[in-house]
Design a protein around this ligand. Structure first.
Ligand code: SAH
Length: 234
């Protein structure tokens, strides 16, 4: 199957109707990603079919949980995952893509311009610093492959509104990681984690969305400085 065929049939598993414009934008994003990847390190993937499965279809698993009008923060977006495919698939929601590496944010700004996306703001910054000015500002936070859960939720949950949620994309065998973060979840205002399992279409890999519904305010002292989060995780 071609990358186009994999994409169109795979997306159907998560989204009932995908516009031809969205498919076109995703494929152009893939071209820009693979082109830029020749001169800077953005992804280990080099084949367009793998961009579709390992990146786009994996990230599309979150699309059913994003509603029109919501604001979504992607913590440690890297080359745009999961936030950028989701922004293309959910044009009615507003996305902020945050990363500590300036070059990756520059690349994302180029993609946003090239694809004329109006619902995406790439931001260069560290989550624990961004949180100082954007506390309880987002309906949802999302994140993939950034840090262990108990550290990651200290980076993300302070920026989520009470009544909102944080979705961490994890490997299928993340149960120990989830268990060791239970104290962190409670302290930060999202005491119970739900595990939503899915299989990446065409890839067969099983993955998990860890959903943390924020029901209480995060105490003002969090997030702490990164060094502290790392050396003394909750
Ligand atoms: N989410 C992407 C990238 C994962 S690599 C994907 O799934 O492909 C991890 C990224 O997180 C890197 O780009 C790194 O710069 C960023 N990162 C790590 N800690 C961060 C922090 N505290 N604040 C913002 N970005 C961070």
């Amino acid at each position: 199957m071609t990358a186009y065929e994999l994409l169109v049939s795979g997306l159907r598993e998560f989204i009932p109707e995908v516009s031809p414009q969205a498919v076109d934008k995703l494929l152009r994003y893939s071209d820009l990603l693979l082109e830029k990847n020749k001169v800077m390190n953005l992804t280990a993937v080099t084949d367009p079919c793998e961009v579709v499965t390992r990146h786009f279809l994996d990230c599309a698993s979150l699309a059913p949980y994003i509603k029109k009008g919501q604001t979504v923060l992607d913590v440690g977006t890297g080359a745009g995952f999961p936030g950028l495919p989701l922004a293309i698939l959910c044009p009615g929601a507003e996305f902020t893509l945050l990363d500590a590496q300036c070059k990756r944010i520059d690349f994302l700004s180029e993609v946003v311009d090239a694809l004329e996306l109006t619902n995406v703001l790439p931001v260069h910054g560290r989550a624990e610093e961004f949180a100082a000015v954007h506390r309880t500002s987002f309906d949802l936070a999302v994140s993939r492959a950034v840090a262990e859960l108990r550290m990651l939720c200290e980076l993300a949950l302070p920026m989520v509104k009470v009544g909102g949620a944080f979705y961490a994309m994890k490997a299928a065998d993340c149960m120990d990681e989830v268990a060791s973060a239970s104290q962190a979840f409670a302290v930060l205002g999202a005491p119970s984690a739900e595990l939503l399992r899915y299989t990446v279409p065409h890839d067969g890999v099983e993955r998990v969305l860890v959903r943390l519904q924020k029901i209480n305010e995060t105490p003002d002292k969090y997030p702490r400085r990164f060094k502290k989060i790392q050396t003394d995780p909750l």
